[in-house]
Design a protein around this ligand. Structure first.
Ligand SMILES: Cc1cc2nc3c(=O)[nH]c(=O)nc-3n(C[C@H](O)[C@H](O)[C@H](O)COP(=O)(O)O)c2cc1C
Length: 374
């Protein structure tokens, strides 16, 4: 069964909403119960993005540094989403997985590769290395994508730009981005200060006015089908999912990290710049990192200025702690969606259950009762 975005809109765009929230909560629970049987029916959700990208579901796995290897990217694509390999810091910090090896693993289907743009600018040849594997998409975030746009286009790949602020959209449009990912502050890893709920519709309005054909993708805090459904209702053509795939069977995430995270609630994360300063990673000042609160983070809370004065002073200690998975020091990097993780299932099961649950709650939206006139 295929449910189009237009169907969703026509069933939900209506008059004044009355007495609906209790019914929706109940319906959400029912959707959760039903999702396994729905999965078996081979549901898909069609949007502008699925049609243009030729994928079954509007679900993109985030190109997470250190985490999104080729096995995860391939599994997401096999499940009908679009998988990305995390090219991360383009080899400019130690310990990243071998990019050629991960891209080779991803090649069984359509895939993309992502880079942290300011880091790629320090090692620009890494882009050519990645393009040599013929990714269909290159995902750039955290910096100016324009210097890389021509090389990406000439290699036949499409550019996807993730932005953290509305003011960054023009730069992405100038770079010729096919899709713009707006990332809310709920996201795991690095990000900005905007919240997904108002950021996505504001970006949708902006694109409607300035570049109608550019696709809009939502990211940040989307970890189940309810998040997917909400993002589509806000005007997104698809979602980028990080934290939920971070805790998937195929991710490169160390087991002690997901063991610690699963069962925690969304209150347990913190977003701060101090850790990057202390370990000497030169992130531009507008970006901070969200991860699970730990001893080190608690010690340095509200001490930004001091941490920047001590730039890099903890880098050796941090590297040592990483070797031993000392999670009092090492950050377990995930977003507020951590409160929705119950286990570490396969990527396929994540994609399928998100689609089934989104479809259920969106259909339930069509049964809401309205009163008054529009
Ligand atoms: C562990 C982790 C690493 C990440 N690394 C990157 C990265 O290297 N490049 C990037 O553009 N985004 C990165 N992100 C952010 C994602 O692109 C995405 O915006 C985010 O995961 C979406 O929010 P969510 O985590 O709530 O799903 C990372 C996220 C996580 C959780």
């Amino acid at each position: 069964m295929t449910t189009t975005r237009r169907d969703f809109l026509s069933t939900t765009a209506a008059t004044t909403l009355a007495a609906a929230s209790a019914g929706l909560a109940e319906a959400g629970a029912k959707a959760e119960r039903d999702h396994r049987s729905d999965t078996a029916k081979g549901l898909s959700i069609s949007t502008r993005l699925t049609e243009r990208f030729g994928v079954q579901h509007p679900i993109i796995s985030a190109p997470m540094a250190f985490i999104s290897g080729g096995a995860l990217a391939a599994a997401v694509t096999r499940a009908g989403g679009l998988g990305f390999v995390g090219g991360g810091f383009a080899g400019t910090v130690g310990g990243e997985p071998d990019l050629d090896a991960e891209l080779t693993l991803a090649k069984s289907g359509r895939f993309g590769v992502g880079f942290i743009t300011w880091a790629l600018a320090r090692a620009p040849k890494t882009l050519g290395q990645a393009l040599g594997h013929s990714p269909s998409y290159v995902f750039l975030s955290f910096g100016d994508p324009r210097p890389f746009a021509a090389e990406i286009r000439e290699a036949g790949a499409a550019l996807i730009c993730q932005v953290q602020f509305l003011s960054q959209i023009d730069m992405a449009l100038e770079a010729g981005a096919t899709a713009i990912v707006v990332q809310g502050t709920e996201a795991g890893g690095h990000g900005g200060t905007r919240s997904t709920l108002p950021f996505v519709p504001e970006a949708a309005d902006y694109l409607m006015q300035h570049s109608r054909d550019t696709l809009l993708v939502a990211a940040g805090g989307i970890a189940d089908g309810r998040g997917l459904a909400a993002a589509l209702m806000l005007g997104a053509d698809a979602v980028v999912v990080g934290t939920r795939f971070w805790a998937s069977a195929e991710a490169l995430t160390p087991k002690p990290h997901t063991d610690k995270a699963i069962g925690m609630n969304g209150d347990s994360t913190i977003r701060t710049r101090t850790l990057d300063a202390l370990r000497g990673v030169p992130w531009p000042r507008e970006y901070s990192m969200r991860f699970l609160k730990n001893k080190l983070a608690e010690e340095w809370v509200d001490r930004d200025a001091e941490a920047f004065r001590a730039f890099g002073s903890l880098s050796a200690q941090y590297a040592e702690a990483r070797k031993h998975n000392d999670l009092d020091t090492v950050a377990v990097i995930c977003g507020e969606g951590v409160g929705l993780l119950k286990e570490r299932p396969s990527a396929e099961s994540i994609v399928k259950s998100m689609v089934a649950q989104a479809s259920s709650v969106l259909h339930v939206g069509g049964t809401l009762k309205f009163s008054g006139s529009s």
